[in-house]
Design a protein around this ligand. Structure first.
Ligand SMILES: [Zn+2]
Ligand SMILES: [Zn+2]
Length: 146
């Protein structure tokens, strides 16, 4: 997978090759996903949730089964994940969660532009994140009605 094919929402450390950060080896994402170590961990994670999607309960195999993916909640512990760092999802829920992450990013970017135009660069501190995001939501509603 090259950089251009990565969906927004993925935060992957490093470009290519492993790096050492704070004394820990952070593996290259693509290499790690192909490694026997990851395969072993992946199997263990899936075993521990009884081979079911943590979101909708769909089984890995059998009727309705479509396989399971291990979704990283973040990449801070890449190469040294624990169960808390990942969520086991069926293909459908996995696609959904990445669409949500993508939509969140688009919202955040739009909100920042809106806040800057209306209140200046420090809008979040000066006016408050909550109030400006409420105003932004109203503006989006208003715009959708035009
Ligand atoms: Zn699911
Ligand atoms: Zn994922």
């Amino acid at each position: 997978m090259n950089e251009a094919h990565r969906k927004p929402g993925y935060r992957v450390p490093g470009g290519s090759g492993s790096r050492v950060v704070d004394g820990h080896i952070v593996p290259d994402y693509d290499d790690y996903m192909k490694s026997p170590l990851w395969k072993l961990r992946r199997t263990r994670f899936i075993d521990s949730v009884d081979h079911r999607c943590e979101s909708c309960g769909r089984p890995e195999e059998g009727p309705g089964g479509m396989g399971l993916d291990v979704h990283h909640e973040h990449y801070d512990t890449l190469g040294d994940e624990s169960q808390d760092d990942v969520t086991i999802l069926c293909r459908e829920c996995h696609v959904d969660i990445h669409e949500e992450i993508g939509a969140d990013r688009i919202f955040e970017a739009g909100l920042d532009t809106f806040g800057r135009k209306k209140y200046g660069n420090r809008w979040a501190y000066q006016v408050g994140y909550r109030r400006v995001s409420d105003e932004f939501n109203e503006w989006l509603d208003w715009k959708a009605d035009q």
